[in-house]
Design a protein around this ligand. Structure first.
Ligand SMILES: NC(=O)c1ccc[n+]([C@@H]2O[C@H](COP(=O)([O-])OP(=O)(O)OC[C@H]3O[C@@H](n4cnc5c(N)ncnc54)[C@H](OP(=O)(O)O)[C@@H]3O)[C@@H](O)[C@H]2O)c1
Length: 233
């Protein structure tokens, strides 16, 4: 039977996530109508507890895998240990951020800590065309010729001892992982909002902010979750 419970805070919530698979765990938030972002960012859909969960899940991972679109949109930095208090302990390596990219165009924020080199995950062709070689700032992992072979990425991570992969999106990278059938677990936060159609990676949509909705119930049957949201009364 799945657990149905209400949780008060991160301490209670994180207990349900303590055993990641030795493979790919994906973590995503979606609006109740299925959008993964609002005006180009996931933040308007999120809440402090969801943000704390996102950081907390990193404590149970060996590597954080993310698409370059997300790294650019969310201006990713290195993993911070203060968000991982539940799963990580000093002495264990801090999980590196591994970014899938053909362009190699990544924000400076990602290189803020020289002690934490990100891993650029790319193809042989892109590495040759854009001169994407390992250096002081970044490691480079080559997987595939013209497009990144994400199954090979997971396999190469395993060979490096990074078997617990936490994928934080975005939707494009998640699609690739799903198509390669390498997603072992997906953690979904359903946001009580309506966001409308969103052009992922750009601004857009007719609303000034997501429409807040009220959760009426959470019911589970045969692995399906039945949620009902209504306009706030
Ligand atoms: N709702 C959520 O939980 C969530 C999570 C993360 C992000 N987001 C939102 O999603 C949006 C970004 O998502 P997105 O789908 O546009 O971007 P994305 O999946 O983060 O990144 C797409 C980029 O990753 C690279 N890439 C991905 N798969 C590849 C492959 N197999 N081979 C080669 N390159 C590959 C390419 O980078 P290059 O262009 O550098 O070549 C591509 O442009 C942002 O608005 C962000 O806020 C939401």
């Amino acid at each position: 039977m799945p657990h149905l419970a209400s949780v008060a805070d991160l301490d209670e919530l994180i207990e349900y996530y303590r055993t990641p698979p030795a493979g790919v765990r994906a973590n995503m938030i979606f609006s109740a109508d299925g959008a993964a972002a609002f005006a180009g960012r996931a933040g308007p859909l999120s809440t402090p507890l969801d943000q704390a969960l996102l950081r907390g899940l990193r404590g149970f991972a060996d590597v954080v895998l993310v698409g370059a679109g997300t790294v650019r949109a969310e201006r990713y930095g290195p993993v911070r240990v203060d968000g991982m208090s539940h799963g990580w302990s000093p002495g264990r390596p801090i999980p590196p951020i591994a970014v899938v990219s053909l362009s190699g165009v990544l924000p400076d924020t990602l290189f803020a800590d020289p002690a934490q080199r990100p891993i650029l995950v790319t193809t042989r062709r892109a590495a040759d065309e854009h001169g994407l070689a390992p250096d002081d700032r970044r490691d480079v992992l080559i997987a595939g010729e013209g497009t990144v072979d994400v199954a090979d990425v997971v396999s190469q991570f395993r060979d490096r001892g990074l078997s617990r992969v936490l994928c934080e999106g975005g939707p494009t990278l998640l699609d690739e992982l799903v198509a390669a059938d390498v997603v072992d677990e997906i953690c979904v936060t359903l946001s009580p909002t309506l966001a409308g159609v969103q052009d992922i990676g750009r601004g857009g949509g007719g609303l000034a902010s997501p429409r807040a909705m009220q959760l009426d119930h959470v019911l589970s049957h045969s692995d399906y979750l039945y949620l009902k949201y209504s306009r706030r009364r």
